[in-house]
Design a protein around this ligand. Structure first.
Ligand SMILES: Cc1cc2nc3c(=O)[nH]c(=O)nc-3n(C[C@H](O)[C@H](O)[C@H](O)COP(=O)(O)O)c2cc1C
Ligand code: SF4
Length: 468
């Protein structure tokens, strides 16, 4: 028995702890972490988002994109993604040794999501217990799960989103929906499902939101035995005492994304692990720079500060003289038809004196000012795009129809594929996006991690089961 009588649940045909390792791309969960999590009796999650594969000597195969067009590189990326995830699942399954369960995670907004998911499930039959999937509205998830006879676990951030998915698609494949993940859109690491109905600056208590989700599920005739998996901000189970065995909520499980980053088996580089121990409250920022257009949560490191600063150096313009826009911008841009407010002209001139000499247009009729080095990086990254998303705000790539979103490429954003690959493979942690949940500061406060202690996954799971 675990903390406060926490009991195993039936999942994938066996008893497992209601403790889930949240899937983390790119390569922040892999066979090592998820296999170990399953071996400890829980549900481990292989990230199927551009996972690593290995050469004959066991070295990671660098994902190099030599094709000339975006579309060809996108196809290359899908091949890498399928090969990598299949390899990760096979290894994880071996490590699990018949204990716990292995799930895979995909993001619906990743490029070619359906193709990748089908390609992986095709080659891993009998090994994958379920698919967790969030980001966007993955209506097709249930139909794909049915074809491969695996469980599916939608990730939602509100009862409303769940109801829409259920009504349109999931109700037709109700027996394979093994659980619903509620991901707190203010607290969880990675991409966050905040909608227009929620205020990013006003975090809401998860309890009433999860209760509303349960009420919605009941209203649709879904059994209380189908767990709701609480994700986002979960650290000590003792803080969740009122959630366990609570008839109001039905069956509850817990998902951990940030805590498992700091284990022996966690595949992230040592420097990233070391940085986690130093975080203070407030060091994780909920922001909107991701090229997916979603909110996301990451450490407010120099990389993120740089994006914040870039967006500060931003002024609105119009192509004709209108309203406040009474003067011509005479710095940073070519051409005479950039009309701006007089106060913004002064600001732009000051930025140019500081070295931010290049004005780049955004899709929102504004111009941001960057230095020439940054301008070249932005242009190169946009040119190198390998189509990792279904819609990319940064490069205007779209993975279907005419392969463009039809909007101007947005220089306020960044290439998430490049940066997540880089930080996962020992790139500089200050110059890359470092996803983390808002409870990450607890590494520094939690005595479990004192004196530089790093647990194994088994030690972490055992610790969690004590309530600490
Ligand atoms: C580094 C990192 C990467 C993540 N990547 C993904 C992902 O690719 N897909 C996904 O569904 N969730 C992703 N998440 C979310 C986790 O699976 C998990 O739900 C979340 O981190 C839970 O909240 P916590 O961070 O407070 O533990 C990521 C989280 C982190 C910290
Ligand atoms: S530019 Fe956008 S779609 Fe292209 S690889 Fe980077 S993040 Fe992915």
């Amino acid at each position: 028995m675990g903390f406060k009588g926490l009991k195993p649940i039936m999942y994938g045909g066996r008893e497992v702890w209601p403790l889930v390792e949240g899937g983390k791309g790119v390569s922040a969960t892999n066979h090592l972490s998820s296999g170990a999590w399953a071996a400890a009796g829980g549900i481990g999650t292989v990230s199927a988002v551009n996972a690593d594969s290995y050469d004959a000597e066991g070295k990671i195969v660098p994902q190099i994109y030599d094709a000339l067009t975006r579309k060809e590189r996108h196809e290359q990326l899908i091949r890498y993604a399928i090969d990598g995830a299949v390899e990760q699942v096979r290894r994880a399954y071996d490590i699990a040794g018949g204990k716990g369960a292995i799930n895979i995670n995909v993001l619906w907004e990743m490029g070619g999501a359906q193709q990748v998911l089908e390609g992986v499930l095709e080659k891993t039959r009998g090994m994958v217990a379920g698919v967790t999937c969030g980001a966007g509205m993955p209506y097709k998830l249930s139909e794909i799960a049915q074809r491969f006879n695996v469980n599916y676990l939608p990730i939602v951030s509100s009862a409303r989103a769940f109801r829409a998915l259920w009504k349109r698609a999931y109700s037709k494949v109700s027996d394979l929906m093994a659980a619903v993940v509620y991901e707190d859109p203010w607290l969880a690491g990675g991409h966050n499902g905040l909608s227009n109905a929620e205020d990013p600056t006003k975090p809401e208590d998860p309890y009433p939101r999860v209760k509303a989700l349960r009420d919605t599920m009941r209203g649709e005739g879904i059994s209380d035995d189908v767990p709701i998996i609480m994700a986002g901000g979960v650290w000590y189970l003792r803080d969740w005492e009122n959630w366990i065995d609570n008839p109001e909520l039905g069956s509850i499980a817990f998902q951990y994304g940030t805590r498992p980053l700091l284990t022996h088996e966690s595949p992230i580089p040592q420097q990233w692990k070391d940085a986690l121990r130093e975080l203070e409250p407030g060091d994780v920022l909920l922001h909107r720079f991701s090229p997916t257009g979603f909110y996301s949560s990451a450490v407010r490191n120099p990389f993120l500060r740089n994006l914040e600063a870039r967006s500060e150096r931003q002024i609105p313009y119009s192509k004709v003289e209108a309203g406040e826009h009474t003067v011509r911008l005479d710095v940073g841009v070519k051409g005479k038809n950039f009309w701006v407010a007089p106060k913004d002209l002064e600001r732009a001139r000051a930025w140019v004196l500081e070295g931010y000499t290049d004005g780049l247009r955004t899709p929102d009729d504004t111009i941001v000012f960057v230095d020439p080095i940054e301008r070249d990086v932005i242009r190169k990254d946009q040119a190198d795009c390998m189509g990792c998303l279904s819609h990319c705000g940064f490069s205007s790539w779209k993975d279907h129809d005419d392969y463009t979103t039809g909007r101007l490429a947005d220089p306020r954003s960044f290439c998430i594929q490049k940066t997540l690959q880089d930080i996962a493979h020992d790139g500089p942690i200050d110059e890359n996006l470092m996803f983390a949940g808002h409870a990450a500061y607890k590494f520094k406060q939690d005595p479990f991690y004192s004196n530089g202690f790093t647990p194994t996954v088994k030690e972490l799971v055992d610790r969690i089961l004590t309530g600490d």
